[in-house]
Every structure is written in C-alpha cells, then in structure tokens.
Write a protein that binds this ligand. Structure first.
Ligand code: HPA
Length: 273
C-alpha cells in the first residue's frame, strides 16, 4: 500500500490548485453517496493518483477525487472516495489525510457512510445522525509519534460529534420533514459482514449501527480540533435480524435511495455554517 508523505508535503502540492478558494468545510462521501459532489459548482477536481503520496481508494462505489468548489454558496473541499482499513491502508494513512485537510484550513468535517442497522425500528433507507461511536476495529490512526503542533498526545473524545452541529441538523431535518434517527455507530474492521452473534453482541454494547469506516477519520479530526458532523445511511439490517444475506450491491442500492435526502440536508447545513 502507498507509503505516504507528511501532511505538510501533501498540502503543499494541493495548495496551488485551490488558489482562490478558502474552504473551511470538508465532506467525506461514503459508499454510493458520491452524487453530492455533482452539486459542487465552479469546481476543480484533482485525482488522488495525481497527488504524490496520497493513498488510492479501491472499492467499487468509491471514486478517487478531491473536488474543491462551491456548495450552498460556501467553499468546500470534498473527498469523493475514502480510505478503508480493510483495503490494507495503515490507520496512520487516514490521519495523514485528515491532517492534510487541517493544514489546508479545514475546521469542519462532514462524514457520511453506509451502515447496517442494529435496531428493528430503523429500517434500510433510514438516515442516522451519529451521536457517538464505539471504536471496535482494534486500530487507531494516532498510533506513532505525536506532532504536538497538530494535536495533543492524549486527545479527549467527548463531544466528538459536535453538539451544536447535531442540534442544527436535527432542526433542519424537522423543518424539511426528513426523518433523522440519532444513534451510536460501531466500527468493525471488515471486510466481511458480521456474524449474527456479533450483531447480538454489538446490540448489547449499546450500538445502533455498524460499519467499516468513519471512526479513524473522526478520531483524527477531533485530535486536530476539527468539528465533526457524521451521518449514516442505513442500507441493511445487521446479519440475523432478517432472513436476507448482506451484500455490497444491496448496500449501494439502499444508499442511492436515501442519498437524495442526505444531499438536501447537507446542503442546507452548509448554508448555515
Ligand atoms: N456491516 C458492516 N458494514 C456495513 C454494513 C453492515 O451491515 N452495511 C453497510 N456497511
């Protein structure tokens, strides 16, 4: 897998492209949610492959582009295609990407993902605002030497999913008549879907949704004082909760149904930032 450079060197490469923009908000788009990027106007697209030292994303449904432009009248930076640990990326790769965003001036991060429901009353097609997470992947993006200029050695994780952002998005959802669940996201390493026994265990642990991403990005963002809004698109029930098997195609299909609502919400949210 890519041996990546320091975030300073990567940011240096990106800066000339984004001259004239000063984005403070970045968006990371999850499985099947790439369409939001099409709403960005006046945009500049940089392929991950053209940024030396930047990791590549290898999952179907995930493109590999950085898009800079305007959304709801604000400058934004959008990562179309994320990096999953199950692809073989080291967790520190994700930290480097987030620290690069910070060095480019990002203070707000919107993360979206596809996730499995652990609740019978939160069906596929639902949107769940993440109120907290359980890091169950056994890895951490902050392992290794700490750069004190970018964040503390032992960062606190309280209010990881910013309270004021959560209040705001709930208000907007209500206003737009969009049902927005609220729950805790548990991250597994993947790439296999869970066993039924694991799903029962995660329910007992207090999780409401399960997925294979997001947590390393959020840990790294909180470490560098970036405020986070996280939303899961519920694409399936956890294994054993129904008689259907989980598969990636179904994940993409359900994500596309809920994606329209999510795009609308994110655009309204950005307008108010
Ligand atoms: N488990 C883990 N990751 C997922 C799931 C799931 O059920 N659905 C979408 N991503």
């Amino acid at each position: 897998m890519t041996d990546i450079q320091s975030p300073h060197k990567i940011a240096e490469q990106i800066r000339p492209y984004i001259k004239g923009f000063s984005p403070q908000t970045a968006i990371i788009l999850g499985s099947g949610l790439g369409d939001l990027a099409n709403q960005i106007t006046d945009s500049i697209t940089i392929k991950y492959a053209d940024i030396k030292g930047f990791p590549q994303s290898s999952v179907s449904g995930h493109k590999g582009c950085l898009i800079i432009g305007k959304l709801s009248g604000k400058d934004v930076l959008c990562l179309q295609g994320r990096f999953h640990l199950y692809e073989g990326h080291k967790p520190q790769v994700i930290d480097t990407v987030i620290k690069t965003l910070k060095l480019l001036g990002i203070n707000n991060l919107i993360v979206t993902n596809a996730a499995g429901s652990l609740k019978n009353d939160m069906p596929p097609g639902s949107l769940m605002l993440i109120n907290d997470h359980i890091n169950f992947c056994g890895q951490n993006p902050l392992i290794g030497p700490n750069d004190d200029n970018l964040g503390p050695r032992f960062p606190a994780m309280h209010n990881a999913y910013d309270n004021s952002f959560r209040e705001k998005i709930h208000q907007l959802a209500q206003q737009e008549n969009i049902k927005l669940y609220d729950g805790t996201y548990l991250m597994v390493l993947g790439p296999n879907f869970e066993t039924a026994a694991e799903i029962r265990a995660f329910q007992i642990l207090g999780a409401d949704a399960v997925g294979m991403s997001t947590v390393p990005e959020v840990i790294s963002a909180v470490h560098s004082d970036i405020k986070v809004l996280g939303i899961s698109v519920i694409t399936n029930y956890g294994t054993g909760m129904t008689h259907k098997d989980n598969n990636h195609e179904e994940t993409l299909h359900q994500a596309s149904i809920a994606a329209d609502k999510l795009c609308r919400l994110i655009q309204l949210f950005i307008k108010e930032l």
